[in-house]
Structures are given as C-alpha cells and as structure tokens.
Design a protein around this ligand. Structure first.
Ligand code: G6P
Length: 489
C-alpha cells in the first residue's frame, strides 16, 4: 500500500463493504471487464481522493471456478480491490434474503415483508445463519490482508455482524462501522428477531457512524431499550467500555461534476438534450428502481399536476431514469411492473401523436450523459419514502451552476437536513402536496431560484465526500487513542 495522508496520519485503511466500487462481467475463461457499481455508497467513496485504501467486497458475480477467481482477483488488484467470493446459495440467503428482503425494508420503515409473512418467518433463521456466515467470510479476507495499526472501516447493513467477527479475532483491531441507510426508531427496530445479536455486534466497533443525528439517536435508544445499556452524549457504554456513536453526514466530490461539465462529450449531450426538449420544461428523476425511492408516488403526483394544470400539458416532460437493482428479489420485480403500468396509463392519457409526458428508462446512464441531464433539467424530483442521505440531490445541485434548477426533496431523505433551506421539501406520500410543489417549482421567479440554489450549492461544494471520510477516520483514531489512555489510567 501507499501510505494514507489523512490529516497527516500515516496509516493504512481497509474499506469493507458488501459491494465493491466495480462490478465484474465475465468475457472469457480468464477475462473480466469491470464497470462502476450503482448506489450512494459507491458514489460517495469514489469521491474520496488521495486515500490509498484497499477495498474488500463482493464483485456482484458468482465465480465457481479457480481459473476465474484467480483472473478476477488479478483484474481487481489493479483497482486496489480485493474480492470476497460468495456462492449462489449464500447470495440468495444472505444478500437477496436477509439483507434486501428483511433489513433493507425494515430500516426504511416498510416493516418486515408484508406478503408471504409466514414464509419469511420460516426462512428467517436460515437467512440469518447465512448472513452471519457471509460476514465471517468477509472477516476471513480482512484477516488475510490486515497488518497491525490498520484502520478497518466496515460499511452498511450487510455487515452488521462484522465488527464482532473482527474483534473476536483480534481485540486490538481499530474498527469503525458506518450505516448508509436510516437507522429506524427503536419501536420499528425491535420487531427484528435478531435484534440483540446485531446490536451487540455493532457495539464491538470502536466508532459507529450515521448520516444524521436522528439515526444516531435511534440507535442509542435501541441499545438502551433493548439491551438495557447506558446511553451517554458520547455513545453507548457497556461495563465501562464506550462505543462512540456520532453523525457524519456524507457528501460527494463536487469538483468531479464541475470538471465533467467542461468536457466536449458532456457539452455535446447538453446541446442535443436542449434541442430535443426545446419549448418544454424538463423535470428529472434519477433513482435505483427501489420501493424506498417512491417512484410510483412521484409519477402519480405528476399525473395529478397534469390533471389540475391542463395549461401545462405538452409543455413539461418528466424524465425518469430508473436503474435496475436487486432484480432477483420478488418485491423489486413487482415494483418494475407496477411502475411500467402507471407510466403507460399516464402516457396514454396525456400523450399526443408526437409527444408523451413521461420518458421512463429502465437502465443506468454513463457518467457524462448523467451530468448533462443534471445540467439541462429545470427541476429535480427526489421523492424517497425514506433514504439514508440521497446523493442524487447533491449531484443535481453540483451540476446546476448556470441554470439554477429547483430541487423538490422528500423530507424523509437524510439530505433534507442539509439541503432543506434551498429545496422545496415535500411529504412524498401526499401527492397533492407534491403536485403543488411541481407547479411552484416550474413557475418560481428567478431571484428565488437563485437564492435557493446558492444555499444548496454552498453546502454541496463545502461538505464533500473527502471531508466525510477524513472526519470519520480521524475520529476513529481519536476514539481508540482515548480508550487506550483510559485503560492505562
Ligand atoms: C444503497 C446501499 C448500498 C448499496 C447500494 C446499491 O446505497 O446503502 O450499500 O450498495 O444501495 O445496492 P446493491 O444492492 O446493488 O449493492
């Protein structure tokens, strides 16, 4: 490794996340191509510059043979990534099952799966076993690459059992754990059958981080109410050992977006889009096709707007980019059909022979096309039902330097706490309110747009992914040093 230069520290960092920043596609027996993975965690961590960390994670693909594993390990090493190989069965039980069908909906206040409740209950134990086994497999890879003094930064709900595995192996490991989703109210969390084991494991970390103060508060309440431990302003205390708990709001690398806007390829996209939608206002949605993103609710609110404002028909278009995700999980398959059905109905109702009000794409866009879209659109609609932070809202603001477009933002996204003064905040469940906000955004006077944008732009460009990572690692070192001092006193 090269050495880390975080605030003068000389130290190595092992970042452990379920998903590596690149996903692998097999092109031949020993040939792999790599492409950037989707999601907030990856886009934030890609924005961390000058950090010579190594990444440990799953490449998103099943590689049963040794030739393939060796070739992929080599290809990933060039990106400073180390793969954890998970077989199909474990992916099914741990990733599709426990992570995405149980923890994900629960942490976003959608509760334990509604349909097929009995089947879920029956499968629960085997899925939780697979979850623990998978976490142990990540831990095994960490042990292989760990050297004394390394900082180990575990990420997200997939790896809540990892801090315990690591500390059981070596109590002196410096372990941080960061959650990229909301941590729900303890009243929701306590319905989880494995609530005790997961909390106890997370508390093995030295530092536990969340995007917002509210999530940190919910976590501390869960520990006090469910485990009967003591919550202090610093964190959670158990028999004299303190686990520090704090909020570290994430950001993006805003310079990367600003630089992209100067590229000829992006400028070309910008002029094509401007020409294509001339004479119409353009609203943008960019989401993974996930139930937490509130895509059906957003589209229904747009329908209500069209219904109530016939003078806007044919003068406004909604571009919805819905990036397919977790396609093996039945809930996600149902969502895809539901969204298609609603879009088809609304386009049939309000479209003409030459134009439709909604352009819906079920795919990801390359970075340049995405930056161009962010730059040319008049309004961005981020209507998550719950969202840890939501970095699409940050990316939109970063690209709106000249246009000063309006951000409509769900009050249930973590980003509402940082961009709330500049955005129009909405309750995404209230489609009348969202429809009214669409009208407000489309007709907003330029001085108000300018003022709101200035506020958000200042935030996005000064609270970067780099600051987030530096602050977390700095705090982790500090916490461990203080704990050491305390034990020596
Ligand atoms: C969210 C999660 C990430 C996850 C991403 C994409 O942002 O917090 O941990 O990587 O979604 O989801 P996926 O299941 O494709 O990794």
């Amino acid at each position: 490794f090269r050495r880390l230069g975080l605030r003068g520290m000389k130290q190595r960092l092992l970042v452990v996340a379920n998903r590596l920043p690149v996903s692998a596609n097999r092109r031949g027996e020993d040939h792999w191509s790599l492409e950037i993975s989707a999601g907030g965690l990856v886009s934030a961590l890609l924005g961390v510059k000058d950090v010579d960390a190594k990444w440990i994670g799953w490449a998103g693909v099943n590689v049963p043979d040794e030739v393939g594993q060796r070739a992929l390990t080599k290809a990933l090493a060039e990106k400073r990534c180390i793969p954890v190989f998970l077989d199909e069965e474990i992916v099914h039980q741990y990733y599709n099952g426990y992570c995405n069908n149980i923890l994900w909906p629960l942490f976003h206040y959608l509760g334990l799966p509604q349909e097929d409740r009995l089947a879920t209950t029956r499968n629960f134990e085997s899925q939780f076993d697979a979850y623990k086994r998978a976490n142990q497999m990540f831990a095994d890879v960490v042990y292989e690459h760990y050297q004394d003094g390394d900082v180990i930064w575990c990420h997200d709900y997939h790896l809540m059992f990892l801090p315990k595995c690591l500390k059981d192996h070596d109590i002196n490991m410096k372990v941080g754990w960061f959650l990229h989703t909301p941590f729900p109210s303890s009243e929701i969390y306590r319905t989880l059958p494995s609530r005790l084991e997961l909390l106890r494991s997370v508390l093995c970390a030295d530092l536990v981080g969340f995007h917002t103060y509210d999530y940190a508060r919910h976590f501390v309440s869960a520990c006090t109410r469910i485990l009967g431990l003591e919550g202090t302003p610093e964190g959670v205390e158990d028999q004299g050992r303190l686990t520090r708990v704090a909020a570290f709001p994430i950001g993006i690398d805003s310079d990367r977006f600003k630089r992209a806007l100067e590229l000829p390829a992006v400028k070309r996209h910008v002029s094509e889009l401007t020409e294509r939608f001339a004479g119409r206002k353009v609203m943008l949605g960019v989401d993974r096709l996930d139930m937490i993103k509130g895509i059906p609710q957003k589209i229904l609110a747009f329908e209500k707007f069209l219904e109530e404002n016939p003078d806007w028909n044919n003068k406004v278009v909604l571009l919805q980019i819905a990036v397919p995700t977790r396609t093996d999980v039945p809930e996600y398959q149902k969502l895809t059909s539901q969204v298609h059905e609603i879009v088809g109905r609304i386009n049939g109702r309000f479209g003409t022979l030459t134009a439709v009000p909604i352009h819906h794409l079920d795919r990801s866009l390359d970075f340049h096309a995405l930056c161009a879209l962010y730059a040319v659109t008049d309004v961005a609609l981020v209507t998550s039902l719950r969202d840890g932070m939501n970095l699409v809202s940050y990316e939109y603001v970063a690209c709106q330097g000249s246009k000063k477009g309006v951000l409509i933002l769900s009050e249930f996204a973590g980003a509402a706490q940082s961009l709330g003064a500049g955005a129009i905040l909405v309750n995404p469940w209230n489609i009348t309110e969202v429809a009214d906000s669409i009208r407000h955004a489309l007709t907003m006077p330029s001085d108000e747009r300018e003022k709101r944008h200035r506020h958000n732009y200042a935030h996005v460009t000064t609270h970067t992914a780099q600051d987030w990572a530096e602050t977390f690692v700095f705090e982790l070192n500090d916490t461990v040093a203080e704990a050491l001092l305390r034990t020596r006193q």
